[in-house]
Design a protein around this ligand. Structure first.
Ligand code: SF4
Length: 130
C-alpha cells in the first residue's frame, strides 16, 4: 500500500512536470521556427531573397538598397516631376509591398522576378506611382 501510494505520487509529479515543461518546449520550437523564418526573410517578406546590387539586372539598372548610396550625379535627376531625393522603391510604380525583412519594408518589383527590393531602394527604372 505504502509503495503504491508512493508510485502514485511519483506518477502525478512526473505528469505535472511534463505539463509544465511541454509548453516551454513547444514555445521553444515555435521561436526556433520564427527565428529561422526571420533569417530567411520570413513569411512576412514572402521568404523571397533580396535583389543583390551589382549583379545581373540589378547592375544594368544601377539598383541599390538605399537611394542615398547613389553617388553618380548624372543618375540623380528629377524624373516625372519628382526630385531625386524623393525617389525610392516605395514610391515607384513597379513596387508592390510584400512585408518586412530585417526591420525594413520590402516589396516585389516587376523587373526582378522571384526577388524583393527594399522600400528604400532605387534604380534607373524608377517611375512615379500613379
Ligand atoms: S523599378 Fe522601381 S521598384 Fe523596381 S528597383 Fe527600380 S525603383 Fe525600385
Amino acid at each position: 500500500m505504502q509503495n503504491s501510494r508512493r508510485d502514485f505520487f511519483k506518477k502525478v509529479a512526473g505528469i505535472a512536470s511534463a505539463v509544465v515543461v511541454a509548453p516551454a518546449v513547444v514555445n521553444g520550437l515555435f521561436s526556433s521556427v520564427a527565428n529561422a523564418e526571420g533569417k530567411r526573410g520570413g513569411a512576412a517578406g514572402g521568404g523571397l531573397p533580396l535583389v543583390e546590387p551589382g549583379k545581373d539586372m540589378a547592375a544594368t539598372v544601377n539598383y541599390v538598397h538605399n537611394a542615398k548610396d547613389i553617388k553618380d550625379a548624372k543618375l540623380k535627376t528629377e524624373r516625372q516631376g519628382v526630385k531625386f531625393e524623393q525617389q525610392n522603391c516605395a514610391g515607384c510604380m513597379l513596387y508592390t509591398k510584400e512585408g518586412m525583412q530585417g526591420g525594413v519594408e520590402v516589396g516585389k518589383c516587376s523587373i526582378f522576378a522571384g526577388k524583393v527590393v527594399k522600400s528604400t531602394g532605387w534604380c534607373t527604372s524608377w517611375a512615379k506611382k500613379a
